[in-house]
Ligand binder design. Structure first.
Ligand SMILES: Nc1ncnc2c1ncn2[C@@H]1O[C@H](COP(=O)(O)OS(=O)(=O)O)[C@@H](OP(=O)(O)O)[C@H]1O
Length: 360
């Protein structure tokens, strides 16, 4: 949790509309029911496999999404304490599948039938094998999947900065050859253009399973190429849409989530079937970082002392928000090159999912 001193509301701003008061009253009632039910059904709690899986995309806001969603007490993450599950990531369906379902189930807490278990492993989206979506579906046929995609151009830069920090921390050598982002792009963008040339010049621009597999294999063979290939969502989405549809896969625009997380979170709570306990009115920009944080509202708090509401802001961790608030801008010329590169793939992706997120 991060707190900071913000300008207090004026009385006019603090005066809640009747609608919001009703909403907060209703939320309190539902919350109380939820906790009473939990208390009186403790002995019926069981270990279950997840109900919700976040499948990606890396650096699109998946961590903030999970943190905000977990403010709803009906959503439960993997047990904390094990290093690999601290951020809700299990890597079960890609890296740990051989450990078996018993191992997987053991990562999760005891829950009652009104709670939903969530895990997110952003690399699922494009990790081999190509049958990874079938793996999830065969084991969890009822699960709902969340996929947050974002504009691939700022995503590459965010990932590059993330990887270079990782390189310093973990001695990951994949980007060590390139002194700067410009150098990396100069080397890899032509490679990526070459790889996708025949698809771009084909008359149909249809799915291409060979290319799909090759891009997915970069997860293992070429981590530097992966930085660029991750944003070719058109290819990665194909295998998921062979199995999932809008009833069990929600595709979220990470740019919209960044601009205004509250309404997006309300829609997600509806989609995953939990009561709406995190409300859109509770999100506010942190004036210090320019990213949205959660500020819990309660009627009594507002009635008694308006200023105390600033004591309880919850913001995503400090490793979130390194590039997208403009603190570390991407060089303009590169941004232009990347936008031109990704444009046709974005267009094909929007057509495939039937929704245009309008990334420029
Ligand atoms: N509310 C809020 N607060 C802080 N950060 C936010 C928020 N919403 C989205 N983001 C963006 O999330 C980016 C990190 O994405 P992920 O969490 O998916 O990264 S990771 O793959 O789990 O490492 C991160 O990217 P960087 O800015 O490059 O750090 C943020 O821009």
């Amino acid at each position: 949790m991060v707190t900071w001193s913000a300008k207090p509301y004026t009385h006019a701003e603090a005066k809640m509309s009747m609608d919001l008061r009703k909403k907060l009253e209703e939320r309190e009632r539902i919350k109380k029911n939820f906790f009473d039910y939990k208390q009186s059904n403790k002995e019926k709690e069981i270990k279950r496999l997840p109900d919700i899986i976040g499948i990606g995309v890396k650096k699109c806001g998946t961590g903030s999404l999970l943190e905000f969603l977990l403010l709803n007490p009906a959503v439960r993450p993997p047990n904390q304490g094990k290093r690999e599950t601290i951020v809700g990531e299990t890597f079960f369906f890609n890296k740990k599948f051989d450990l078996g379902i018993g191992y997987y189930k053991n990562l999760f807490p005891y829950v009652n039938d009104r709670e939903k278990i969530i895990e997110k492993t952003p690399s699922y989206f494009m990790y081999p094998p190509s049958e990874l979506p079938e793996r999830i579906y065969n084991i969890l046929p009822e699960a709902k999947l969340l996929l947050m995609v974002c504009d691939p151009t700022p995503r590459v830069f965010s990932d590059y900065i993330h990887q270079t920090i990782r390189y310093q921390l973990h001695n990951d050598k994949s980007l060590a050859k390139y002194e700067t982002f410009e150098e990396y792009i100069d080397h890899y963008l032509p490679k990526m253009k070459n790889l996708t040339k025949s698809w771009l010049t084909s008359s149909t621009m249809d799915s291409d399973q060979e290319l799909e597999k090759m891009l997915s294999s970069f997860m293992i063979t070429d981590r530097a190429a992966l930085l660029l290939s991750t944003g070719l969502y058109f290819f990665h989405i194909q295998r998921w849409l062979r199995i999932y549809n809008a009833s069990n896969l929600m595709i979220i625009d990470g740019e919209e989530f960044l601009r205004s997380p509250g309404p997006v979170l309300e829609k997600i709570q509806e989609f995953i079937g939990v009561p709406k306990l995190v409300l859109h009115e509770e999100f506010m920009k942190n004036p210090e970082t320019n990213f949205f944080c959660y500020r819990p509202l309660s009627e009594s708090q507002l009635n008694n002392n308006v200023e105390t509401i600033f004591d309880d802001f919850r913001c995503p961790g400090e490793n979130k928000g390194r590039t997208r608030n403009g603190a570390k801008p991407m060089p303009e010329a590169i941004s232009l090159q990347l936008r031109n590169f990704y444009r046709p793939f974005n267009k094909a992706f929007f057509k495939k999912i039937g929704c245009d997120f309008g990334w420029q």
